[in-house]
Design a protein around this ligand. Structure first.
Ligand code: NAP
Length: 239
């Protein structure tokens, strides 16, 4: 019961990492609101409230958080997890592809943090965890727009952490390495093999291994932790 009675909003929770976070948080006693643009890919183990939220929509963020406040009276935790990936290198990147990536992976995080911080400032308490990536702090060839967005999420997290550190609001980022999810299942197997082969642990991670990092950062156990980045990557970034 590490999150007993805390109200937690998770984005992109239909499958993959977000789904695991939703299940773990409800097991640990949180009131979980799992959101996505699509219905859950499989039922959640445990009591999870499901809502539709497109993280690129300013209006949907406002109505979703307002509905949570009406129902539960507060918002203690935000996990900004929704994301997409693309591999176009800089010279082949079309404007509309760039804009889509920035809209989901970066603007979505901005809108979510802004909405949550407005509530958390009134509460003088709250924890935000933004899911970045190993590609938010190190580079691989190609995937220019993904690097742009995930690097921004890393620094946006630190900025929000500094800005609200005196108001009981903690903001941290999590940087997964290769994780087995619907996102990576849909990728080129050869690309997946290369990333796994270059991971010191020589395996991909499971969504629950990311969820446990989110659990620590979202819980009161991390009461002195803000502005940090937690790599959960089988040792990838230690190389
Ligand atoms: P996933 O299984 O694809 O889950 C992400 C979810 O977000 C999907 O359901 C996706 O829907 C949804 N989504 C897409 N656009 C959205 C929008 N505008 N509003 C709300 N939801 C939206 O991916 P995952 O691997 O669990 O990734 C979760 C997060 O971890 C992402 O931010 C990703 O960048 C990050 N990450 C993953 C890995 C990895 O190896 N898996 C590594 C580093 C970082 P669609 O399926 O329809 O797009």
């Amino acid at each position: 019961m590490r999150l007993k009675d805390k109200v937690a909003l998770i984005t992109g929770a239909a499958g993959g990492i977000g789904h695991a976070v939703a299940e773990l948080f409800t097991k640990e006693g949180a009131i979980v609101i799992a959101t996505d643009i699509k219905p859950p890919e499989k039922p959640y183990a445990g009591d999870v409230e499901v809502m539709t939220l497109d993280v690129t929509s300013e209006e949907q963020w406002a109505t979703t958080v307002a509905a949570i406040l009406r129902r539960h009276g507060r918002l203690d935790i935000l996990i900004n997890n929704a994301g997409i990936i693309a591999y176009e290198p800089l010279d082949k990147l079309e404007m509309r592809e760039w804009q889509k990536m920035i809209a989901v992976d970066q603007t979505g995080v901005f809108l979510g943090m802004r909405e949550a911080v407005r509530v958390m400032r009134r509460q003088q308490a709250g924890a935000i965890v933004n899911i970045s990536s190993i590609w938010g702090s190190a580079a691989v060839s190609g995937a220019h727009s993904y690097h742009a967005a995930k690097g921004a999420v890393r620094n946006m997290s630190k900025n929000a952490a500094m800005t609200y550190a005196g108001e009981g609001i903690r903001v941290n980022s999590v940087h997964p390495g290769f994780i087995h999810t619907p996102l990576t299942d849909a990728q080129n197997p050869e690309l997946n093999r290369i990333v796994i082969d270059t991971t010191p642990m020589k395996r991909g991670g499971q969504p629950m291994e990311i969820a446990y990092g989110c659990l620590f950062l979202a819980s009161d156990e991390a009461s002195y932790v803000t502005g940090t980045e937690l790599n959960i990557d089988g040792g990838y970034l230690a190389q």
